[in-house]
Design a protein around this ligand. Sequence first.
Ligand SMILES: NC(=O)c1ccc[n+]([C@@H]2O[C@H](COP(=O)([O-])OP(=O)(O)OC[C@H]3O[C@@H](n4cnc5c(N)ncnc54)[C@H](O)[C@@H]3O)[C@@H](O)[C@H]2O)c1
Length: 254
Amino acid sequence: MSSLQGKVIVLTGGAGGIGEATARMAREQGASVVITDLEAAPVEALADSLGDRAIGLAVDVSKREDNRRMVAAAVEQFGRLDAVFLNAGIEGEVGPFDSRSDQAWEKVFAVNVDGVRFGVEEALPALRNSGGGSIVITSSVAGLRGAAGLSPYVSSKHAVMGMMRCLAAELGPEGIRVNTLNPGPVDNRMMRSIEDQSSPGHGEEVHKAFSARIPLGRYVTNDECAAMAVFLFSDASGGCNGNSYLVDGGYCAH
Ligand SMILES: NC(=O)c1ccc[n+]([C@@H]2O[C@H](COP(=O)([O-])OP(=O)(O)OC[C@H]3O[C@@H](n4cnc5c(N)ncnc54)[C@H](O)[C@@H]3O)[C@@H](O)[C@H]2O)c1
């Protein structure tokens, strides 16, 4: 079992399925956590339920200044920074490649790509001050495979794979490890949205079709994704750098 005793971690998308599960699991394993999302209320309530080594903060990852505030909060409140979970993301609209508006592409890239870039850039000074650390970026099986109807999302999740590989090569010598978590379909809000957009009124059928493509025969859970993120934060994953870590029930095996 990995332990996060003494580590300070900031998380984005902390009010969502994977983010909330990861915040809870990281706290249970002894980490101090700064939990962030667009709205303050849900992350403040989550932090309150996790005791005095957790704080909640409203952060829009697409704004550099908000990322700076998030890192400053970790250092001011808990004295250091050891790991960053750049997990906030949006699925955007589902539809054919040439039917997407410029605004639709820009919105997905502002959150899923610029949000990760700002998070890394703002966290680096604090991670260097700690003598190293772990950056975990939530990509997806959509960072490794195409999917009809999801071009902005798929393109954004491929983009952060490239970012992760460059960062791993650059930052490895400083003891800062960079990896991606690549979930397959997760049993939570985002997949419900993709299912309903793919076939309005028939989301359940899309769910069944997706599940049938997964060797385990089901979507993965928020907790299964959180367990991988927590492992990647921990010293138990000290040799892991520059790679993608799938939690996909075998989706990419065939
Ligand atoms: N759900 C899946 O099937 C699935 C599969 C693969 C990858 N992912 C990725 O996992 C990550 C977490 O998603 P989830 O599954 O928990 O879905 P989710 O929708 O429950 O959580 C995403 C969270 O990100 C937050 N967010 C959106 N825009 C933001 C912004 N500008 N600033 C800050 N926060 C913002 C949302 O408020 C939400 O709480 C995302 O990056 C997603 O793309 C999800």
